[in-house]
Design a protein around this ligand. Sequence first.
Ligand SMILES: Cc1cc2nc3c(=O)[nH]c(=O)nc-3n(C[C@H](O)[C@H](O)[C@H](O)COP(=O)(O)OP(=O)(O)OC[C@H]3O[C@@H](n4cnc5c(N)ncnc54)[C@H](O)[C@@H]3O)c2cc1C
Length: 448
Amino acid sequence: MAAEARHIAVIGAGWAGCTAAVELTQAGHQVTLFEASRQLGGRARRVDINEVTLDNGQHILLGAYSQTLRMMRKVGIDPASAMLRLPLQMCYPADSGGMTFIAPRLPAPLHLLLALWRAQGLDRQDKLALARFSSAARWMGWQLHDDCSVSTLLERFDQTERLTQLMWRPLCIAALNTRPEQASAQVFLAVLRDSLGARRSASDMLLPRLDLSSLFPQRAAAFIEERGGNVESGSSIRQLRRHGAQWQLQGNDANLDFDAVVIATPPEAAATLLDGSADAGLLATLRSYEYEPITTCYLQYTGGMRLPRPFFALLDDPENAGGTAAWGQFVFDRGQLDPAQAGLLAVVISASSGAIQAGHDALAKTVAAQLAAAFKQPQLAAPIWTKVISEKRATFACTPGLARPANDSGLDKLMLAGDYTASDYPATLESAVRSGQQAARELLAQIR
Ligand SMILES: Cc1cc2nc3c(=O)[nH]c(=O)nc-3n(C[C@H](O)[C@H](O)[C@H](O)COP(=O)(O)OP(=O)(O)OC[C@H]3O[C@@H](n4cnc5c(N)ncnc54)[C@H](O)[C@@H]3O)c2cc1C
């Protein structure tokens, strides 16, 4: 324990809160981590339904998530065995009208050039457009003078319709959870800079083999408890107020005083906790976010069912007038990640507000039909069971010029952490983790 160990509360055990709590514990302080839910992990957590373990949503990480990987290692998770590492790829099912783009294991940028050269399903114009985009973005240092929408950026760089449909649109929706017409070009460029524009391993795609709570939050909790801290799950903090030189937290059934606090909840909940303490400008920013849903449709087939690759992009067609809409954007074969999940597919639909309107059962049927058509396997239309999990506020809508608050709330010994705080990244595990690290760093500087 540090010479002057302080009692610090971290509110919210998502990936940001777990990170802040681990860093503060490691610095020698006595940390209590409060989590309203029984399960740790927030928007990246395990869900147990009828003795089946699922995640609240299929996640994909990038090799560029350097701080997430660092934090995993710190708490004793080996990323190499906990995740399947694949080269950057965008592959659609064979003969479905899509494309196949896989980066070979070569140093950057050769891996992209060769992938581009070999890409199937793109014609010469598409390939030239992609090469043009990549070199212009590099030349600009992946920076824009004025933020604009991703659609505007793609028009400015003369991107072809097919490349936009098969590559830019799905990448934008997957990374920013916001449609290109509304999404921030600057944030999109930052994601591309750290994946396409960086060393080859940064562009790798990492698929969790473990459930999301086991991948980091539970090990983080063990790290904290083994060093004398406390983790209180099922413990919602209702109020926060100044009490002399300390912060008083009103919990489920007690008021507790702490020397310092990190609020690592989503922004709305942070605004509720800070009402009466923070200035009106910060409260207004915290309440100004708009949100986008992400829906994951799980489909269980017999154990022998296996896709030709661990994951595929799918051609979605949400506005299929007259016909059946195709909502699925990516499909993951969970059996190739964890043998205990043989036959389980997870289909992801980002920015999914339209998809859930007709109800979960209707959506699952449509998704199963889409898979059967895309893979030309009629049996995929008849899964044994399905489960749709829709997170209505999966991420903030990542629009141009969005105001995001700093970690320092401006209040004494009180920091904010979460994927929404100031950064050039969209709402991701990496932005949550970096924010938790930054909040801990700034708090440590204040209490030194
Ligand atoms: C379905 C889905 C798919 C996604 N896919 C990806 C992906 O592929 N790749 C990627 O990088 N990112 C993805 N994301 C985004 C990523 O999950 C989030 O950016 C990240 O988990 C946010 O972490 P956080 O700690 O900032 O917030 P949260 O996870 O929201 O954590 C906040 C925590 O605070 C708790 N809390 C709230 N109020 C209180 C209170 N009063 N007292 C105590 N506790 C409280 C909440 O219960 C929650 O656990 C996805 C998100 C979803 C929902």
